[in-house]
Design a protein around this ligand. Structure first.
Ligand code: HEM
Length: 395
């Protein structure tokens, strides 16, 4: 296994820098000074006026009970790169995942030379394994089942399924391909990349209770309803068992292209009827606040539903479907076409499959979508030095 060299953490240096900035002690400290120990940009004598960037976002711990990049950080970072790869038939997942976990720890701590001196900031890397690998351990384990086919799919065989998900998120988009390259180099010829997707999130909008959510490319605030409290996350998000998967969760990734011109041609009221929420502030058409659940029974005096019968907020509503809450953490895309990299996490795959099946009957949003990539992964439980990534499943 290739080891990261261990010079003093660049993160601790940045933390000190951050503290100094907070107390106004930075007069004359330039980005060039700050990168003195590692930087390609060593211009110690540069005047303060040429400083372009001085802050680094809060680091997100890579280790713990759950992997980072699902509920943390909050709000999610603005940039994402998802890389999906297959493992060679003879490759043992255990050692590979343990190495990847070590590399993730080093990369996110700024201790890996392959990050080329870039400050890791709020970089998170989240690793999942596909159904083929899970089935090899146990056919009844969560994550062993793949996704069925749905309508409105146009998916190249390369973009369906996969053995390994590496989801990278950061405030600085430059970090993502560099960190992905380091991890793929670590894996070497044990993996073969299948598809990758870059994506980003728009500005965060306040949705109440201290939470925020971004708008999607259709202009609507996306990611309001979900398992946000600890109790909801224990109930619907994290896998409670068996021990090999406890603390993990199930991810679904769907690249959904969107017909923007056709949606934009609707009146605002027509667009709001598609979602069942107001475009400006995300409030359900049945009233309340942005984080209110739509009141599905509420009607106008002449007996029409305030949230239309085919509105997305009704068709996807957990109670209407009869499932738990899914944590949606989608990002917008513009390549290969405008749309959404829909990403959701839940502890029961049926939460996703039953919701989409229920939407397929009559969801007004679906005719604006074409799904061009689709995969599900068991997101491995969190890890640390004592319990390497993947060790509980493949150890
Ligand atoms: C490109 C496709 C999609 C877009 C643009 C989209 C957008 C939205 C928006 C704007 C909302 C309302 C605000 C919120 O609670 O976040 C919403 C709600 C929701 N969406 Fe989607 N969505 C898409 C696809 C899907 C898919 C494929 C699923 C799952 C199969 C899904 C599940 C949900 C759920 C569960 C809610 C919460 C409903 C509620 O309880 O109010 N969405 N979506």
């Amino acid at each position: 296994m290739r080891r990261a060299d261990h010079h003093p953490s660049r993160r601790s240096f940045l933390d000190v820098t951050g503290a100094m900035m907070a107390t106004g002690l930075t007069a004359g400290l330039t980005a060039g000074c700050a990168s003195d120990s590692a930087g390609p940009d060593r211009h110690a004598a540069a005047p303060a006026t040429t400083t372009t960037t001085t802050t680094s976002p809060e680091p997100v711990p890579a280790t713990g009970r759950h992997q980072a990049g699902i509920t943390l950080p909050q709000p999610a970072q603005p940039h994402l790169l998802a890389v999906v790869a297959d493992l060679g038939a003879a490759v043992a997942p255990g050692p590979l995942l343990a190495e990847l976990g070590e590399a993730i720890r080093a990369l996110t701590a700024g201790d890996d030379p392959r990050l080329l001196g870039l400050p890791p900031g709020d970089l998170t890397v989240t690793v999942g394994v596909g159904p083929r690998l899970v089935r090899a351990v146990g056919a009844s384990l969560p994550g062993a089942a793949g996704l069925p086919r749905f309508s409105r799919e146009r998916i190249d065989s390369r973009a369906r399924g996969g053995d390994l998900l590496i989801q990278l998120c950061a405030g600085d988009p430059l970090l993502l391909p560099v960190a992905a390259s380091a991890l793929l180099a670590q894996a070497g010829d044990r993996v073969r990349e299948r598809w990758r997707q870059s994506a980003r999130r728009g500005a965060n909008v306040s949705v109440g209770d201290g939470r925020t959510a971004p708008r999607n490319p259709l202009g609507f605030i996306d990611g309001i309803i979900g398992p946000h409290t600890d109790a909801e996350q224990r109930r619907d998000l994290w896998l409670a068992g068996p021990p090999a998967v406890a603390g993990g969760t199930l991810a679904v990734l769907r690249r959904m292209e969107l017909d923007l011109p056709r949606f934009a041609a609707l009146s605002v009221a027509g667009q709001e009827a598609v979602f069942g929420r107001r475009r400006a502030d995300g409030v359900p058409l049945s009233g309340g606040a942005a984080d209110s659940s739509p009141e599905l029974g509420a009607k106008t005096p002449d007996g029409r539903y305030l949230v239309p019968a085919d509105a997305h907020a009704r068709r996807a509503h957990a109670t209407a479907v009869g499932v738990g809450l899914m944590l949606r953490r989608s990002y917008s895309i513009d390549e290969p076409a405008p749309g959404l990299l829909f990403a959701c996490f839940q502890n029961d795959l049926r939460t996703f499959t039953a919701t989409l099946t229920h939407m397929e009957t009559s969801d007004a949003l679906l005719p604006f979508t074409t799904t061009t990539a689709s995969a599900t992964f068991l997101i491995l439980p969190g890890f640390d030095r004592r319990r390497p990534l993947g060790s509980r499943l493949f150890g």
